[in-house]
Ligand binder design. Structure first.
Ligand code: 26W
Length: 798
């Protein structure tokens, strides 16, 4: 492969001719793009093969991350950077009159995830490879990723995301590793074998597509396996082929766009079982190829279950061991319960998966029998271990009230149960999963989330990378804790000025994008106050809007009241069926239209809604932020990871003591972040007290009253009914997420933010300290903890 610019240019030119039969200067830009991607993939293929061999030879234990989502984003730049060839390629292409950035723009952003959970999985893959750990991903090859969002008249509309329209050069189809996955049918007792038999099932062929996960400054290259569905050779007899093939195609057609409410549809359950069964069958096959027995399966394999979505892996591995590999229950359970580890990402009740027994039993009759037996034996265990089993059963039974509680199955069948931030794990142990934590005290542990600092700092913000290079060098890319060295520069006026210039340059890039896409001119010297994340009531984008309305009304009412220019920027997709969330998007756009076009206020206040927020847009937004809005109701956001990306790019965290904000506050201290609002305990006791009444706040705070009334007095829409549902949620459904209770403290916090911003040197110091303290929030630290405390895997031995 190429080792320098000249070799690259030769190889690239040769491949254009070989690939398209025409000279470079006549090649279409998409052809140049495809050739470059293939060239980089082939560059990685050598290391990929080498890694497989090294792990095989050293017989090391491997981890496989089972997740329905991997929000990987664009890979070209990331892969060239990690391979250390970016500059060679950039200069080589420039010599050939090709602008590398034009090629980068052609890459589709695979929306193979909804939000936090999916992006965390992608960051984990980058850290595993960069730490030279043998850790792979197992998921579905969705034809359509998360919908593209188009704002029409202020409303969200959804457009299918054909991310593979020009193909996906990173994937390699592996038909030789295809397996069959079986649905429906029934289970009979087979006297001849003395075993249960799953008959009349419908077979679907699972075909894997492998993508290389390239580590930074290491030859270790892991695999992200995406399973696709194809018609099987043994066609079902009781169904006409057209219907059968249609059902086959729909399995991997769409990612479910809900990121917190269960879409209880059978197809979702089919998707979950499909990639889980295929993934396990493939792991068993490769294990048997090396070890000829499954007795040591759990010593050589650990599976991390990314929330409850892949938890069918527990009964499915039981089925495979017992029905296809002649294990008895006890031995099978010993292997399974030492292989599976479970991560919980949310406490929202509506997000906890519960499947109707009938649905599960019809679609997966043999697997359901496994769940029944696991539940039956668990009941025995509870009776043995607690004095008041009947009380406990209500909180822990796997099968209860006609439903299968997937979180309960996950906890019973896993040796490790972790939350994703300290506060969240405490809430799981002392509240949501209290009974389980008392039953299995050693299983519960915390693993505070992280983000890959390579993509979110080094690659997304080269200007800041340059500043770091000139101050603390580059070793922080290998050891993110070394960002702490920046503390030596936080009082240095030159570095402070240089940082503010970096921030201003990044704000100008975003301002240019906003002008081009939204036609709004924003002031780059205004405070860029940004809230980007999925639209959800508990994340309280509405509280942010209520503050904006307050500022606008104050300026309209009182010409003396003027603020330091502020640009409020939002980015958020709402699940298509989430009506309230879609109304909040409409409200943000309606307020923006009024405020931005009001000459009295537009020099002080601008509101921008960036459509189609995702990984690629985030890479442009995070470096440009002054204020990071992390304002969820305390106790509701399990961790958050956007908060870490903003911190790493030098922004002030304005937030509640929720999720990982608690640990950000802990590391930078009161002086360098802005905390407000009720704590999780206060929210809990207010809720428990039953005393909370939104009208009390409304009637005792005239400014708040004006703000809330504006939702239904036509201020933002010709129709007074347009935002009635929002008014109702707040006032007549008693403000479930305590926005009114936190309103005053939020307003004060925002006023304090302005005061802070006026002192440029203190502000720059605050930003530099946040960057210096952000090393802990690298997913390299998170992965090292998972590897040492849960997976017990080591870097690939050379
Ligand atoms: C059943 C539908 C569904 C789909 C996705 C329910 C729940 C989910 C995810 C668990 C939601 C999610 O993305 N949770 C987020 O996970 C992040 C990574 O740990 C955390 O940082 C966020 O706080 C959490 O909301």
């Amino acid at each position: 492969m190429f080792k320098n610019k000249e070799e690259f240019k030769t190889e690239f030119t040769k491949r254009i001719i070989e690939g398209y039969g025409r000279p470079l200067k006549e090649a279409h830009i998409t052809e140049k793009f495809m050739v470059l991607e293939k060239l980089i993939r082939d560059q990685a293929a050598i290391n990929w093969a080498l890694t497989k061999e090294e792990v095989q030879d050293s017989q090391q234990k491997q981890m496989t991350y089972f997740s329905m989502e991997f929000l990987i984003g664009r890979l070209l730049v990331n892969n060239m950077m990690n391979l250390g060839v970016y500059d060679i390629v950039k200069e080589g292409l420039a010599d050939l009159d090709i602008n590398i950035h034009e090629l980068e723009e052609l890459e589709s952003d695979p929306g193979l995830g909804n939000g936090g959970l999916g992006r965390l999985a992608a960051c984990f893959m980058d850290s595993l490879a960069s730490l030279s750990m043998p850790g792979h991903g197992n998921t579905l090859r969705y034809q359509y990723g998360l919908f593209k969002q188009k704002i029409v008249d202020g409303y969200q509309t959804e457009i299918p995301d054909q991310w593979m329209s020009i193909g996906n050069m990173w994937e390699i189809r592996k038909p030789k590793h295809a397996v069959d996955v079986r649905f429906w049918g029934k289970v009979i007792w087979d006297d001849s074998t003395g075993r249960f038999k799953h008959v009349d099932a419908e077979c679907i062929r699972a075909v894997p597509y492998d993508m290389p996960i390239i580590g930074n400054e290491t030859t270790v290259t892991n695999t992200l396996r995406l399973w696709d569905a194809e018609v099987s050779t043994n066609i079902p007899t009781n169904k006409d082929f057209r219907q059968y093939s249609q059902e086959v195609n729909e399995i991997c057609q769409n990612l479910y766009p809900d990121d917190s409410t269960l879409a209880g549809r059978t197809l979702r359950l089919k998707q979950q079982y499909f990639f889980v069964s295929a993934g396990l069958q493939a792991l068993i096959k490769s294990h048997l190829r090396t070890y000829k027995t499954l007795d040591n399966f759990h010593e050589k394999n650990v599976i991390q279950l990314n929330d409850t979505h892949p938890v069918l892996a527990i009964p499915e591995l039981m089925r495979l061991l017992i029905d296809e590999h002649d294990y008895d229950w006890e031995d099978a359970w010993d292997i399974v319960s030492h292989t599976m580890a479970y991560t919980n990402h949310t406490i929202l009740s509506e997000a906890l998966e519960k499947w109707p027994i009938d649905t599960m039993r019809a679609l997966l009759p043999r697997v359901y029998m496994m769940i029944e037996e696991i539940n039956r034996r668990f009941i025995g265990y509870v009776k043995e271990h607690v004095s008041n089993p009947d009380e406990v059963f209500n909180h822990v039974l796997i099968i209860k009230d006609g439903q299968v509680h997937m979180a309960h199955l996950a906890i019973v069948g896993s040796f490790s149960v972790n939350g994703v931030a300290r506060l969240h794990t405490d809430i799981l142990i002392h509240q949501e999963m209290k009974a389980f934590a008392e039953l299995y005290p050693t299983k519960f542990n915390n693993k505070t989330n992280g983000i890959t600092h390579r993509r979110w700092l080094a690659y997304a913000n080269p200007q800041l990378k340059e500043l770091l290079h000139d101050t603390i060098g580059d070793h922080w890319i290998k050891e993110p804790d070394e960002l702490e060295k920046l503390m030596a520069y936080v009082d240095d006026p030159d570095i402070q000025k240089r940082f503010m210039q970096v921030k201003r340059d990044r704000k100008r890039i975003l301002a240019r994008y906003i002008q081009k896409n939204n036609g709004i001119l924003v002031n780059v010297d205004s405070i860029f106050d940004i809230q980007v994340k999925r639209l959800h009531a508990y994340k309280r984008q509405l509280l942010n809007v209520l503050h904006i309305i307050y500022l606008y009304q104050e300026m309209k009412r009182n010409p003396e009241f003027r603020i330091y220019p502020r640009t409020f920027i939002f980015g958020a997709k709402a699940a298509p069926a989430y009506f309230f969330a879609k109304k909040v998007i409409k409200l943000i756009n309606s307020v923006a239209d009024v405020v931005n076009s009001d000459p009295e206020t537009s020099d002080y206040l601008k509101v921008v809604f960036l459509e189609n927020y995702g990984v690629t847009l985030a890479e442009m937004i995070m470096p440009a932020a002054d204020v990071s809005e992390q304002i969820s109701t305390a106790g509701k956001e399990a961790s958050g990871t956007g908060n870490m990306k903003f911190m790493m790019n030098g922004a002030l965290t304005l937030g509640t003591l929720d999720g990982a904000n608690v640990e950000i506050h802990e590391r930078v201290g009161d002086d360098y972040c802005e905390i407000f609002g009720l704590t999780a305990k206060e929210v809990d006791s207010l809720r428990q007290s039953g005393q909370y009444n939104a009208w009390d706040y409304y009637n005792n705070n005239i400014k708040l009253k004006f703000v809330v009334d504006s939702l239904v007095d036509g201020s933002w829409s010709a129709s007074r009914e347009e935002f009635r549902i929002i008014f109702e949620e707040l006032m007549n459904y008693n403000d479930e997420y305590f926005l009114l209770a936190d309103f005053d403290s939020y307003i004060k916090a925002q006023q304090d933010v302005e005061k802070r911003y006026l002192d440029k040197s203190a502000w720059a110091k605050m930003c530099l300290i946040n960057i210096a303290k952000s090393g802990f929030f690298s997913s390299d630290r998170t992965i090292k903890q998972y590897a040492d405390e849960i997976w017990h895997i080591q870097p690939v031995k050379k």
